[in-house]
Write a protein that binds this ligand. Structure first.
Ligand SMILES: C[S@@+](CC[C@H](N)C(=O)[O-])C[C@H]1O[C@@H](n2cnc3c(N)ncnc32)[C@H](O)[C@@H]1O
Length: 415
């Protein structure tokens, strides 16, 4: 953070940090970067430079100074126009323009337009917009070349793929987000399904374990709505929780505690747990990993079959359940999950199959559902559904037999 929010104070921070950075580069015998493709890259890439603090402070101070100097009108104008930059960049990717500009040297507009099959005038306008960001250089009229910013996409296929994902699926989905909000203005709707579950459980002094509960915002919110319940937030690290519980009212924080827990390891049986909650923890994991996560609850549910497992996730709507544009958002998210983590936005059927694949004794007893989108899937372990033909613990926490096949259902049982 800049130490002084006045222009000269910020400028002084900028000078100090820039001196520190250039000083360290000189001391290490390294040169400063430029926008040229032949630029040195040590400032950005060298693991031996300890410049993180100075760079962070410099970026913060310089962007604050720019915002202050430009003022509210310019700030909004820049903001309102930023999607045109993305349009230009999207066209670069879609028409493989960057790939057709040589790694070194320039190409004339006429040749480039012919190669990528774009109208010359439109291509020129797009390239010149990108030029204002120093993304592309025009060394002489109608000749274009890479700068150090664009040239990286010739080499880094992963970065290019990320750009494609963001500019196609994510960008389109973002454009529809406010329409979605108009129809569903209450962010806490999925949260209110959980409040409904707690109220309808009929349990007066329950305990809910929020597995992968992160900052504990759901547990703290539920604690507010359910004054006689206690909550345990489990996550890999307590830093997010420590931060949010600091600012919570004492009555709430005294009823919400934290446990470090990896949700790929078995939940130890514990007395008095009314429900385990998995909220937004499965949608970005593959079926295989999600099954592993669900299996971790088996030992605890075997010891206490009345305990519920609640899965609070998006449920992909069926055709016709919601408006097409809303369905498209889900389908884009579905592909985003596929591309990024080999996961998926699951339909009700998918969720039921996932639960059954984790252990055939797991039974979906109820689904509380927001029309078409979010849901709370309540699952119980039904010990009567199982004919034990092998020792279920022979394979650790899984509910399969020694061959990895699911063990028998009672005759006539349905998933
Ligand atoms: C998408 S967030 C969901 C957070 C919260 N449940 C909610 O609904 O807002 C996923 C959470 O899972 C946690 N997480 C990721 N891997 C984990 C693991 N192996 N064990 C426990 N928690 C994990 C992350 O730290 C994060 O808090």
């Amino acid at each position: 953070m800049a130490s002084q929010l006045n222009m000269l104070g910020l400028a002084a921070d900028i000078v100090t940090c820039t001196r520190e950075i250039t000083g360290q580069l000189q001391k290490s015998g390294l040169t400063e970067p430029t926008f040229d493709v032949a630029s040195s890259r040590e400032l950005w890439e060298s693991p031996n430079l300890d410049l993180k603090a100075a760079k962070t402070k410099l970026v913060e101070a310089s962007s604050t100074l720019l915002t202050l100097v430009n003022g509210p009108m310019a700030f909004h104008r820049n903001w309102f126009g930023s999607h045109y930059d993305l349009v230009a960049f999207q066209a670069m990717l879609e028409f493989k323009v960057l790939d057709n500009i040589p790694a070194t040297g320039s190409i004339d507009l006429h040749t480039l337009a012919a190669k990528v099959q774009l109208d010359q005038d439109k291509l020129r306008r797009i390239l010149r917009l990108l030029g204002t960001h120093r993304y592309i250089n025009e060394p002489e009229r109608d000749f274009f070349e890479h700068t150090v910013l664009s040239e990286i996409l010739l080499r880094d296929e992963l970065l290019k793929a990320q750009g494609g994902l963001q500019l196609n699926d994510m960008h389109k989905a973002s454009a529809l987000a406010s329409e979605y909000l108009k129809e569903k203005p209450f962010f806490d709707r999925p949260f209110s399904l959980l409040v409904q579950w707690v109220r309808e459980s009929g349990i007066s002094n329950g305990t809910l374990v929020d597995v992968g509960g992160g900052s504990g915002h759901i547990a703290l919110g539920l604690a507010k709505e359910s004054p006689t319940w206690n909550f345990i937030v489990q996550d890999l690290h307590d830093n997010m929780f420590a931060e949010s519980s600091k600012s919570a009212a004492k009555d709430l924080s005294s009823r919400v505690s934290f446990q470090r827990h990896d949700f790929f390891t078995a939940q130890s049986p514990a007395a008095g747990i009314s429900a385990y909650l998995l909220r937004q923890c499965l949608h970005n994991w593959s079926d295989e990993d999600s099954v592993k996560i669900i299996k971790t609850f088996i030992p605890a549910l075997e010891a206490s079959p009345e305990t519920a497992l609640l899965i609070n996730e998006g449920i992909m709507p069926n055709r016709g359940d919601v408006a097409l544009h809303e369905e498209r958002m889900f389908r884009q998210m579905d592909l985003a999950m596929f591309v990024t983590t080999n996961a998926k936005q699951r339909t009700e059927e998918d969720w039921r199959a996932l639960v059954a694949n984790a252990d055939r004794r797991l039974k979906v007893t109820r689904i509380l559902r927001d029309k078409g989108t979010m849901g709370v899937i309540e699952v119980h372990l039904d010990l009567t559904r199982y004919v034990p033909d092998v020792d279920v613990h022979a394979n650790g926490i899984n509910g399969t037999n020694g061959n990895g096949n699911q063990t028998n259902l009672l005759a006539g049982e349905q998933i």
